[in-house]
Design a protein around this ligand. Structure first.
Ligand code: BGC
Length: 687
């Protein structure tokens, strides 16, 4: 019998109570089973950086076994900084394999919300300020996860761009920004990567809670995009039985343990019995859930078993960390450090010796281990370099700040080189709260200035999920390295980059503004709003704003240096307009003209020279990463389809590729354009 018929048969014999059991949480991370019919529960787990520790079903207390230590993956912003879709795919495979190994059916990842403001506490869990980069990384992660008979759960649909008042805040945003910025990653997650499940957001959109928004779930997701997967609410995002049932939600989850009282539990049974809700309105939900179970082979003997903490997983997260670390500045070639010349290395800063994996709430990880920057440096510098560590500042601030400060500065004076490792931590980059500002906490600015005065061979390393202000010491610092939370091998990778054993190739997936007020959500739009937040900046998020409004950033989107130099040349362009699509291919050469091997992230932006509707200065529409030996040259092709040229016309409710001239920009960053070529579209196309 085919799956459709089996599902139909099962639904026909199910009681109302059995159906209701399947569509709401019966444990904090599981739904109800129907043992009579052999239907198991769905077992879910967070989250984006690895499989979360186990909790009791009915209390938020960790079980505290030793069997849920896992591989701790780099955060999504770290993954995005690699600009390497193969690595994103491999990271997805690790996550899916570990989830299956831990007996999970659904892994609540990836988070794909756009980084609207640098203050959002969960930005590090998301991917980028740009919808194209977010989309490509998300598709790869999801495909990797789902190879393991585990469902991805792309989240949080939609416009969940802040933590302040996240359960209630109402977002007002125009259709163009929704379509061009906030929807694309969800669109490709379901249409291209076939994410088996999707999580609705906590916040409201235009007055309705996202997890039971008729517009988001019925009209866009299940209507326009024909989504056949399962929609799960965020934990506690449901507020009404009727709306939840009829507006496209399939499973209600919550953080409370009164499971029978959930909106889609006893209140639903009552509403059906009173004739207020039709029982058959539940059948589509059951059908989707059963279909998911068949896809995951939950009724088969040959479901993939999965594995966790394998040596291969550790290698893969190290591969990601190596490519995620981003060199922001390197004057006078201070980096890489030559360990032969460094007899005494002084490491300063709390993040040098801090473990980040347990922080961040639902993204927290019980890591099997985490190599800190300090241990990484010890491991990689070896025994001929004396490494001394000084905290310099303290996140606890026990009244000993001055002592910590002074001893660090004195130590810096007498060192051959200093590595300052600061930034922020999951007290700031966390769920439930946004950051108050972008200022480095714990007096780090003053400390960095003094260290830089004391020793000119100082490398500043910033560990943070999103930008921090650096204006006070930017000009004084010869070398600046940025790393997001880089997973269990982050410290190893950092040491390798500092020593030049790994040539850095990360590029920023977000703009670093000079000050918070330079960010569009703050200068034009609102953040965080009160009851309502108005996204008045519309399309001008991230570099779209900085470029168009000519605001100089601290470091631009796509920026990242290497220990070698790349030369771009010989651009050629081909164009085809047919079969309701466009195919433009830019072909050019990239050569490593330095003396060490390295990798270059090449970015393809499109600029619409003349347009009926206002458009940002340029938009990222293609990228690639090439690995080149010294003096090696490769031909690179970037392909642009109709989506690369289209804008969304909200009045006519259609995508439009307008005929006329466009510029294709091949760039090393949003502000480092290496090659340009114009093309003309002959026909206007709508789709
Ligand atoms: C978060 C989700 C998470 C869920 C389950 C919610 O608070 O917003 O991202 O998956 O909790 O832990």
């Amino acid at each position: 019998m085919d799956i459709k018929s089996r599902i139909k048969e099962l639904i026909e014999v199910m009681t109302l109570e059995e159906k209701v059991a399947m569509i709401h949480g019966n444990g904090l991370f599981s739904t109800g089973a129907v043992p009579r019919l052999g239907i198991p529960p769905l077992i879910m787990s967070d989250g984006p950086m690895g499989v979360r520790r186990d909790f009791y079903d009915d209390k938020w207390i960790a079980i505290n076994n030793t069997d849920d230590f896992v591989t701790y993956l780099p955060s999504n912003t770290a993954l995005a900084a690699t600009w390497n879709i193969n690595l994103a795919y491999k990271a997805g495979q690790v996550l899916g394999n570990e989830a299956r190994g831990r007996g999970k059916d659904v892994i609540l990842a990836p988070g794909v919300n756009i980084l609207r403001s640098p203050l959002c506490g969960r930005n590090y869990e998301y991917i980028s300020e740009d919808p194209y980069l977010t989309s490509r990384i998300a598709v790869s992660i999801i495909k990797g996860i789902q190879e393991n008979d585990v469902a991805a759960c792309v989240k949080h649909f939609a416009v969940n761009n802040q933590e302040t008042n996240r359960l209630k805040v109402n977002v007002e945003v125009d259709d163009r920004a929704l379509r061009e910025l906030y929807f694309p990653a969800f669109d490709v997650a379901v249409n291209e990567a076939d994410s088996y499940t999707l999580m609705g957001a906590y916040n409201k959109l235009r007055g309705t809670h996202a997890s039971h928004s008729n517009y988001l779930l019925n009209k866009v997701l299940k209507g326009e995009w024909n989504y056949e997967g399962v929609v799960i609410s965020d934990w506690g995002a449901v507020h009404d039985t009727y709306e939840a049932v009829y507006n496209g939600l399939d499973i209600e989850m919550n953080v409370t343990t009164n499971f029978n009282e959930y909106f889609m539990a006893n209140p639903l049974i009552k509403a059906v019995n009173e004739g207020k809700i039709e029982e058959k309105s539940l059948d589509d939900k059951i059908s989707r859930i059963l279909n998911l179970m068949f896809k995951l082979k939950m009724f088969d003997d040959n479901r993939y078993e999965g594995e966790y903490n394998t040596l291969e997983h550790k290698q893969r997260v190290l591969d990601v960390a190596r490519e995620a670390i981003t060199l922001l500045k390197n004057e006078g070639k201070l980096l890489p450090l030559d360990r032969k010349k460094i007899k005494r290395l002084v490491v300063i800063g709390e993040n040098g010796d801090r473990i980040h994996s347990p922080g961040g709430d639902s993204a927290a990880i019980k890591a099997l281990y985490e190599v800190t920057p300090l241990s990484g440096m010890h491991m990689k510098f070896g025994g001929n370099t004396k490494i001394e560590y000084f905290k310099g500042y303290s996140s606890e601030g026990n009244g000993d700040d001055k002592i910590l400060f002074d001893e660090a500065v004195v130590a810096a004076k007498n060192a051959d080189a200093v590595v300052f490792v600061g930034g922020i931590n999951h007290d700031f980059d966390t769920e439930g709260f946004d950051k108050p500002d972008l200022v480095l906490p714990y007096g780090q600015d003053d400390l960095i200035k003094e260290i830089l005065k004391a020793n000119k061979n100082t490398v500043v390393v910033m560990i943070c999920g999103t930008p921090v202000e650096m204006g006070q010491w930017l000009d004084m610092a010869p070398a600046i390295v940025h790393s997001s939370y880089a997973g269990m091998e982050g410290g190893t990778a950092l040491a390798e980059v500092l020593l030049g054993h790994v040539n850095p190739s990360g590029k920023l997936p977000m703009t670093f503004p000079k000050t918070l007020m330079d960010s569009p959500a703050h200068s034009i739009g609102e953040f965080p709003g009160v009851q309502t937040v108005h996204y008045k900046e519309g399309l001008y998020v991230g570099y779209r704003y900085f470029d168009t409004y000519k605001v100089e950033p601290l470091f631009c989107f796509g920026h990242g240096l290497s220990y070698t130099t790349f030369e771009y040349s010989d651009i050629r362009i081909s164009k085809e307009e047919k079969d309701n699509d466009i195919k433009v291919i830019a072909t050019f050469n990239v050569k490593n003209i330095g003396t060490v091997a390295g990798a270059e992230v090449i970015q393809g932006y499109v600029r619409d020279i003349e347009s009926q509707l206002e458009r940002p200065e340029k938009e990222l529409k293609a990228f690639d990463k090439v690995f080149l030996q010294p003096q090696e040259k490769k031909e690179v092709k970037l392909e642009f389809d109709k989506k690369a040229f289209a804008y969304y016309n909200d009045e006519e409710v259609t995508w439009v590729c307008e005929k006329g001239e466009f510029e294709i920009l091949i760039a090393a960053s949003a502000q480092d354009i290496r090659l340009k070529v114009n093309i003309t579209l002959d026909e206007t196309m709508q789709y």
